[in-house]
Design a binder for this molecule. Structure first.
Ligand SMILES: Cc1ncc(COP(=O)(O)O)c(C=O)c1O
Length: 453
């Protein structure tokens, strides 16, 4: 079955060459679309005319079924700050496997894992493990509601907190979301702390404020430290729990996440990705008094169940714990974050130089181990000065163009995410920087030749 695509490979040299280079992936995709929706398992992995099918990965690279090599900027959706198959993680996991993968019981590794999280993340007085970032933000909101006895949450438009019902719809709602949940979710514009102030001053039904502390999609719409300080002040004034969703920023902006970098301690923190070193694992961490809603109670000599029930077959699995401990130790004891940040800065610089050489007004921006491609006319300075409206940062790039940029970069050996942008690891090298700039140059040349930009 041939997939439906918006732009046919026959009309685009980029797509045509991409199809020629990836016949094995094309064949697998033809089979996949008969079984998996769109042939994929995550909306972020959808690519027209077809995605690449990867066979193996190491360090900063991965290889597809046709033997093509890519510099990888997906980085396990941000989980792999050490790169693929870091020896310390491989060793920890390999050592654990013969001891069992699921005990259905407590084990010492979960304590060691929680202890490292407590040591690194300033707000982590207590830790409750989950499997995914989505589960962690879901639990955070439920815990905040139970603790405050209030229902409504405030979140920021475009900020990503996973795919559970409370966080995955734009203002107005979306298919499949119960109207009551839409009513109980107050969505304000990114960085609009004045609206948050007003909501907290005029209502007494707010259970929590949740934010991605570096801004929507790891800083695609940037949020500065001043916004976080203002939110902290207003949340404290009105006794409303402030939740930092550090699923992507945790252990990446600094060992203690964005909260340590900006010096703002939230009441609750959600963590995932790096926390488990590429395996499934996540956590809700935060104030002991708030997380106590997860505790069994003793009343009149009886054991009462916790006010908030939280289960999960795979919570704190020993393999994930082993990988997480090995990863967090690397971050605590070595210059992992600095290396990733330095390489990302070099990538942004080289990509910007390439864009200027091609005579385009676009720019590449980012502050940590990230890069974001803006396909309008602006400089990184304009973006950080707030001169580009958030709707423009997120919504101005036509999906067809994003698909062509991604396919063009894949054609030249680089895999980026669909923001469009990417996440850099400590395993990326100067050679990766050079390859990335060359791939962008070749892609832009082809895009310009076919009048796509
Ligand atoms: C900030 C943020 N929150 C939550 C999530 C959801 O995490 P998961 O994909 O593990 O459910 C993500 C995933 O990318 C994220 O970046």
């Amino acid at each position: 079955m041939a997939p439906q695509t918006a732009v046919s490979p026959a009309e685009s040299k980029i797509l045509h060459c991409y199809v020629q280079k990836t016949p094995g992936s094309r064949a697998l995709h033809a089979r996949a679309i008969t079984l998996l929706n769109n042939g994929v398992t995550h909306v972020g992995r959808y690519l027209e005319p077809h995605p690449v099918y990867i066979e193996r990965a190491a360090g900063s690279r991965k290889w597809d079924v046709d033997g093509n090599e890519y510099v990888d900027y997906f980085g396990g959706h941000g989980a792999l700050i050490l790169g693929h198959n870091h020896p310390a993680v491989v060793e920890a996991v390999t050592a654990q496997l013969p001891h069992g993968v699921h005990y259905g019981a407590s084990h010492a590794l979960e304590i060691e894992w929680a202890d490292l999280i407590h040591e690194l993340i300033p707000s982590a007085e207590r830790v409750r493990f989950t499997n995914t970032g989505t589960e962690a933000t879901h639990l955070a909101l439920r815990v905040a509601r139970a603790f405050t006895g209030r229902n409504k949450i405030i979140r920021f438009a475009g900020h990503f907190h996973g795919w559970h019902d409370h966080v995955c719809f734009p203002p107005g709602g979306a298919a499949g979301i119960i109207p009551g949940i839409v009513e109980d979710t107050l969505i304000v514009e990114p960085n609009d702390t004045a609206s948050v102030d007003e909501l907290l001053a005029t209502r007494n039904d707010i259970a929590a404020i949740i934010i991605e502390p570096t801004g929507a999609t790891f800083g695609h719409i940037p949020t500065g430290g001043d916004v976080l300080h203002r939110l902290r002040a207003t949340a404290t004034r009105h006794a409303v729990p402030l939740i930092f969703d550090e699923v992507i920023t945790g252990f990446r902006c600094s060992p203690g996440g964005a909260q340590q970098f900006y010096g703002v301690t939230p009441d609750l923190t959600t963590l995932a990705k790096i926390i488990a070193g590429g395996y499934s694992g996540a956590a809700l961490a935060g104030r002991a008094d708030i997380l106590s809603v997860l505790d069994y109670r003793h009343e009149n000599g009886r054991i009462e169940p916790p006010p908030v029930l939280h289960q999960g077959t795979y919570n704190a699995g020993p393999v994930s714990a082993a990988a997480g401990i090995a990863t967090l130790r690397q971050i605590r004891d070595h210059d992992v974050i600095e290396r990733a940040n330095r390489t990302a800065a070099a990538i942004r610089e080289e990509m910007n130089a390439t864009i200027r050489r091609r005579g385009l007004g676009w720019c590449v921006y980012g502050l940590f181990s990230d890069f974001h491609i803006y396909c309008g006319d602006a400089s990184p300075e304009d973006i950080y000065a707030g001169k580009v409206p958030s709707c423009q940062l997120k919504g101005s790039i036509r999906p067809e163009l994003v698909h062509k940029i991604r396919a063009g970069l894949l054609l030249h050996g680089v895999d980026i995410m669909g923001w469009p942008g990417g996440i850099v690891s400590a395993a990326h090298t100067e050679e990766d920087v050079r390859r990335t700039a060359a791939a962008l140059e070749a892609t832009l040349e082809m895009l310009q030749a076919e009048g796509a930009v």
